[in-house]
Design a protein around this ligand. Structure first.
Ligand SMILES: Nc1nc2c(c(=O)[nH]1)N[C@H]1C(S)=C(S)[C@@H](COP(=O)(O)O)O[C@H]1N2
Ligand SMILES: [Mo]
Length: 498
């Protein structure tokens, strides 16, 4: 037997790894789309990284953090596959062991994810080792004749085509979501959208529009691929410390008393001056109605909501039971069914709380329980309680901008959800605080826009802003990072007048 050329050995490794992933992906398409091996391995990786690394990834790549992870994973897989091939230039065993070890990591990843099928990962493992061994045999036929060369190229070509077809079929099986969204769109109940008064934003002066478009709405979650749930198949169970369990379909939800609310959602990972904050009209069923119907037992502390992909958030029950809290199981966002990225078909939104303790997307389960049970981010060091902190941001001028001296308009946003913003002040070059003009208030659950006209001489300037909430308390000036319960500190912008 001859030994394989480096190129051929590397190709065998790559083709085996690719076929393994494609075969697993195909099985997952029929079986459980969440269980596609590249998805489970990436997901397990996200779940395992220590808190802080996620912050780092978001800071480095922004919302492209998922793309960065996918590209990184692809590179690692390719490197391992090439290594497996090169280790097996003579004997098949070393490389086959690498491929098998890699397959076992996939199986382990599937096992760590709750209620997820391991069959696709097992199929990947078997196909990976099988293809590797087979191509290795074909590639190392006794005499390297022209015929053997052809045979190897044809065999591996056929494997690549087969893997491609498996990948495409697997992916096509994952859809069905778009048609479900269309069906929901055509029978959304007619709930009037809350009116947004004129003068609620200062777009011309540089603030964002009052309502954030669904495409512009910030997105944060641990889902490597967007979970694909069809409204027609959706079931929601409310259970735990209740007198009567509820088990609802999507149609049951639509048939209930509905509420529309304008809510500004914010992420606890939003740095001072960051953009992980957006506002939308949400329509849904009041969470309070469901809790009252189920009957919350004494001693209950939190509602642990879980998504189809195993994410969870814990929200204080007493807060959800407040008559005017306005927490929703929402299915509509800005007049449309929830976009897939924002939780289709149903998610939670709770005014006044950061998303990590409340806003579960792709909701499938809610358990009334005590704080002993730790939700996803609490297991990773984030605070149990997550009320949104009073904050403000300068949107114009931009950092480092050059603007003509004389009258300069500074504009931005301020928020203190569920308390409300009373006033915003600005300060230039460390001088006295001066009142900014606040835009028309929409509700205490939303952000409030502001602007201030300053008269500035040429030169470099620093402008800072601070918000005062309805209780008259100014936002905290002390700088704190996002861990464990949200950043504080003043946003400031340095710019130049010419
Ligand atoms: N299923 C699921 N829901 C989730 C998350 C998640 O990772 N998975 N992240 C939460 C966090 S941290 C935030 S800030 C909000 C963001 O919601 P959005 O992406 O619709 O803006 O969703 C929350 N709901
Ligand atoms: Mo978040």
């Amino acid at each position: 037997m001859t030994s394989l050329s480096r190129g051929r050995a590397a190709a065998i490794g790559l083709i085996a790894a690719g076929s393994a992933l494609a075969a697993g992906h195909l099985v997952a398409g029929f079986d459980d789309p969440r269980a596609s091996p590249p998805v489970t391995v990436g997901g397990a990786f996200i779940d395992l990284v220590p808190p802080g690394v996620k912050e780092f990834a978001v800071a480095l790549f922004g919302t492209a953090d998922k793309i960065a992870l996918i590209v990184g994973m692809a590179l690692v897989i390719a490197a391992l596959a090439v290594a497996a091939g090169l280790l097996s230039r003579r004997r098949v065993l070393p490389g086959a062991l690498v491929i098998a070890a890699f397959g076992l990591v996939g199986v382990a990843a599937a096992l760590t994810r709750a209620e997820q099928d391991v069959l696709p990962a097992l199929v990947s493992l078997v196909v990976g080792v099988g293809v590797f061994t087979w191509l290795h045999q074909v590639g190392r036929a006794p005499v390297a004749t022209q015929f053997d060369r052809r045979r190897f190229l044809v065999t591996s070509g056929l494997v690549v085509v087969g893997a491609g077809i498996a990948g495409v079929v697997g992916t096509s099986r994952q859809s069905g979501l778009a048609s479900s969204q269309q069906a929901v769109a055509s029978r959304l109940p007619a709930v009037p959208q809350p009116p947004i008064p004129a003068g609620a934003d200062f777009v011309a002066d540089g603030t964002p529009p009052f309502l954030t478009g669904n495409r512009e709405f910030y997105r944060i979650d641990t889902a490597l691929v967007v979970p694909q749930l069809r409204a027609e198949d959706w079931r929601f169970r409310l259970h735990g410390m209740v007198d009567r369990e509820l088990d609802l379909s999507f149609a049951d939800l639509l048939a209930r008393r509905l509420e529309a609310r304008t809510i500004t959602l914010a992420c606890v990972s939003n740095e001072v001056g960051g953009n992980l904050i957006s506002t939308a009209n949400f329509v849904g069923v009041p969470v309070r109605d469901l809790l009252l119907e189920a009957g919350v037992r004494p001693g209950a502390q939190q509602l642990l909501t879980t998504s189809s992909d195993g994410y969870s958030a814990g929200t204080p029950v007493d807060l959800l039971l407040e008559p005017d809290r306005g927490a929703l199981l929402a299915f509509e966002m800005n007049g449309e069914p929830l976009p897939a990225e924002h939780g289709f078909p149903v998610r939670v939104v709770v005014p006044g709380l950061y998303g990590y303790v409340s806003a579960t997307k792709w909701l499938v389960d809610a358990e009334v329980t005590t704080f002993d049970r730790k939700a996803y981010w609490q297991q990773r060091g984030w605070a149990q309680q997550g009320p949104i902190k009073t904050q403000s941001r300068i949107d114009r001028p931009r950092r480092g901008a050059q603007v003509p001296s004389g009258p300069v308009t500074v504009a931005g946003i301020a928020w203190a959800q569920h308390t409300g913003i009373d006033a915003v002040q600005v300060r230039v070059d460390g001088g006295p605080w001066q009142d900014a003009e606040t835009a028309t208030e929409v509700s205490r659950d939303t952000w409030r826009m502001w602007r201030a006209r300053l008269d500035l001489p040429p030169g470099e300037h620093v402008v800072q802003c601070r918000a005062l909430d309805r209780s008259g308390v100014p936002q905290t000036e002390a700088r704190q990072g996002v861990l464990p319960d949200g950043a504080t500190g003043l946003h400031e912008i340095v710019f130049r007048c010419t």
